[in-house]
Write a protein that binds this ligand. Structure first.
Ligand code: ADP
Ligand code: ZN
Length: 746
């Protein structure tokens, strides 16, 4: 340890100064040396307070000095300018692997190291002074209080078991006021003590033995042997919806627990339902530790500590769970691995699925990617042998996949002002008669995507974005889905002033719900849209009532597509199958539409004898529609892989998006052109653009895009670093975002 902190040359002190390299959780890309005071014990990974400019900040003592990733040596610091660590925080240190992981992500995404370290510190409570909660417990041999009342007696009787309880809890149990409890503390019969942190229950790998189908048994064997191999590998668990992937990967979790390691199961945020938690509990006899955005600050702190001290054996969480400081992680499962929610496009642009694979390779343990519609990237990796391909061919229940019918809107359009075509309505009527559920899917929040003035033709747009405002009728407002701007629904046209001339154009889920209410006034309807559901808890409640069959018709955006298992769901209707295909510049538009439609229609008939899917489309001959209707996944994948290969698109080529944004359009354009102009010449790398972004303005900032295309083998990060290092500093309000492996092309 000592060797890390080199004494300064020329020091005349009796003991040489100790120095420690520290990473600060700010947008900086290197360690800074700080003096370690004699009375502070430090170790690699520990958290310290350090002066930084006029402020005091939290830093992590790194286990080696890191210069900036350009490879330049860290500049020697004038010893007189060295500052001193002010103190060590009482938080578990970052494990070395977590430090390597932060470095790796920084290098790959070009984000500053300080920002990736910040992701590893996403539980503020850990770094704040611990406030223990106090409770009371009985003092065994204290004399009986002078004044004994029935209330006091009840409290003492309950406390007699020696447990530590919060005052309020004891008062409630004894049906008295907390004043009574305080009195007993004063009389010396109860004493206040800190309530120890609850340890999470320990999942038992042998709690329930799952009877596996023969196909599942083969898959489980493959995954178990990956775990037993005890080294890095990636398995793609590829099986239709309802094939029992969850049951199968639970066995890999069980094996990991048996071997004494921690396991992480990653799910798209919205799939973190209590249905999943119940299934986990059924298999392991204990709840997993959860990590998601609905946790409170103290809960986050608790989970962070439990990951670090090993008390959390299994964590189930959203993408950021990957950055918890696990002390001994031995398995990561990425469920719904194709889900685009795994890509973060904020601050550090990373793809959590890919980073999970990196984490596995750093930690030397297996990673399992599970999906009914794996990403093209994962398919290619499975084909070329980089990933093991573990396939579950059929549904566990033996039910067949739903029959999918295209409803050609050119032939059987809905009535004017309606959105459900006659064949879909008929199917819904039949489903209701059979006392089964229907799910209508439309990936658009709100009531209508466009509000138009009939008198002057004015379209109501966001003042800060290139986007029309979306009507949300339940709230009586128009919202911008890009910046959050909103206004009350105007009565008159804001342009020509004509009253009552505004008309809603096109459907959102609220409008579909309105039509359903008109057509099926007696049906019980649930509308699922992220803006209408305040949080995960409410979401879980609605999902539960759907599962229990308390709902006849579910209408939802993509939040219904993820991982739910609705046993009574027979019919799925896709209101606008073409919606996702319009995004021309996005190389994954086809793939994503296929995945979404396949996942949504796959909700039907999971437990029932038969399910049916209906896709309303104007393009029944589009390859994506054909693949969906004919349930020909393999043909679609084949064709998609070929077209990616031809276009040198991911995973055959690499893409990087550069977005320049500025208040003034000319500035953004000029800077983007200048950046393009300065691109180092390369016969292998293409720099496309700049072009105005499809959403040209967001939050009042004009956006210009550049796209870098490189062959797979090229170190595109090195190319970009060399390029960006030579750019003149960005002036004023100009911002440059670098997005390696972009998923958004808007
Ligand atoms: P997937 O994740 O592939 O969509 P699930 O794991 O959710 O599939 O399984 C679908 C349904 O079948 C669930 O209700 C699950 O409990 C049940 N199931 C799957 N495998 C088994 C098994 N081996 N024993 C009992 N039930 C199973
Ligand atoms: Zn806006």
């Amino acid at each position: 340890m000592q060797s890390l902190f080199e004494p300064l040359d020329g020091e005349t002190r009796a003991t040489p100064l100790r120095l420690a390299p520290v990473v600060l959780a700010v947008a900086l890309d290197q360690t800074y040396d700080y003096i370690v005071p004699d009375d502070v014990e430090i170790e690699p990974g520990c958290f310290v307070m350090v002066p930084f400019g006029p402020q005091s900040r939290i830093g992590v003592v790194w286990d080696r000095p890191v210069a900036n990733p350009n490879g330049e040596p860290q500049k020697p610091i004038d010893p007189k300018k060295l500052k001193t660590i002010t103190g060590r925080l009482d938080a578990p240190p970052l494990p070395p692997i977590t430090m390597r992981f932060a470095e790796w992500i920084a290098k790959y995404t070009l984000a500053p190291l300080g920002m990736t370290v910040r992701m590893m510190m996403s539980a503020r409570a850990v770094f704040e002074p611990q406030k223990p909660r106090f409770g009371v417990t009985i003092v065994a041999d204290a004399p009986v209080p002078a004044r004994m009342t029935p209330a006091r007696q009840r409290a003492l009787d309950i406390a007699g078991d020696g447990a530590i309880r919060a005052k309020a809890a004891l008062a409630q149990a004894a049906e008295c006021s907390t004043g009574v409890i305080d009195g007993l503390v004063q009389s010396g019969n109860l004493v206040e003590v800190a309530i120890p942190e609850k340890r999470p229950p320990v999942p038992d790998p042998k709690h329930r033995v799952t009877e596996l189908s023969p196909e599942q048994a083969v898959a489980v064997d493959a995954l178990r042997s990956a775990v037993d191999g005890g080294n890095f590998s990636v398995s793609l668990l590829d099986g239709v919806t309802g094939s029992g992937k969850t049951e199968v990967y639970f066995e890999a979790v069980a094996r990991t627990l048996e071997r004494g390691h921690q396991a992480l199961i990653m799910l798209p945020e919205i799939a973190l339902t209590d249905q999943f938690m119940r299934r986990f509990t059924g298999r392991f006899g204990a709840m997993p530790v959860e990590w998601h955005s609905a946790l409170s600050g103290p809960e986050r702190g608790r989970v962070w500590r439990q990951a670090a001290n090993g008390e959390a054996r299994v964590v189930v969480g959203a993408r950021s769970a990957l950055f918890l400081p696990f002390s001994d992680l031995g398995l990561v499962i990425v469920d719904e691995e194709h889900d685009s929610g795994y890509k973060q496009d904020d601050r550090v642009h990373y793809q959590a699925r890919d980073m999970a694979v990196v984490r596995g390779s750093l930690g030397g343990f297996p990673v399992i990617l599970a999906s009914a519609t794996p990403s093209i990237e994962s398919h290619v990796n499975a084909r070329n042998g980089r990933y093991r391909h573990v396939v579950l061919p059929g549904r566990f229940s033996g039910a067949s996949l739903p029959d999918i019918t295209a409803i050609d809107l050119r032939v059987t359009p809905p009535e004017k002002g309606k959105w459900l075509a006659p064949p879909l309505v008929e199917a819904m009527i039949r489903t209701l008669e059979d006392k089964q559920q229907t799910l209508l899917f439309l990936n658009r929040r709100g009531y209508a995507p466009l509000t138009l003035c009939r008198a002057c033709g004015h379209r109501i747009e966001c003042p800060q974005c290139t986007a029309t405002l979306v009507e949300h009728r339940f709230r009586g407002r128009l919202h911008c889905h890009h910046c959050g701007f909103s206004i009350a629904l105007p009565e008159k046209c804001p342009k020509c002033g004509e009253a009552g001339s505004l008309v809603a154009c096109g459907p959102g889920v609220e409008r579909v719900a309105e039509e359903v209410a008109e057509r099926f006034p007696d049906a019980k309807v649930a509308l699922l849209s992220s803006d209408l559901i305040p949080g995960l808890t409410e979401m879980r409640e609605i999902i539960r009532s759907i599962e229990a069959g308390g709902i006849d018709i579910v209408i939802g955006t993509q939040i219904v597509a993820k991982g739910h298992h609705f046993p009574n769901l027979a019919t799925v209707g896709i209101v606008d199958g073409d919606l996702g295909l319009a995004q021309g510049a996005d190389p994954r538009a086809g793939e994503r539409t296929f995945q979404l439609l396949h996942q949504v229609t796959g909700r039907a008939g999971r437990a029932l004898a038969e399910g049916r899917g209906y896709v309303q489309t104007y393009m029944p001959d589009h390859p994506v529609m054909k693949a969906i209707i004919e349930s020909d996944r393999e043909a679609f994948i084949e064709q998609e892989i070929k077209s990616r290969q031809r276009g040198m698109l991911p995973p055959f080529g690499r893409l990087v998006a550069l977005v320049v944004a500025a208040r003034e359009k000319e500035t953004a354009q000029l800077v983007a052109r200048d950046i393009a102009h300065r691109a180092p010449r390369s016969s292998m790398i293409e720099v496309l653009g700049p072009a105005e972004a499809p959403i040209a303005v967001i939050r009042g900032r004009h956006r210009w895009r550049l796209l870098v295309k490189a062959p797979r083998e090229i170190d595109v990060q090195a190319y970009l670093r060399a390029w960006l290092a030579d750019l003149p500093p960005l002036k004023g309000d100009v911002r440059l975002t670098v997005d390696i492996d972009p998923y958004s092309f808007l």
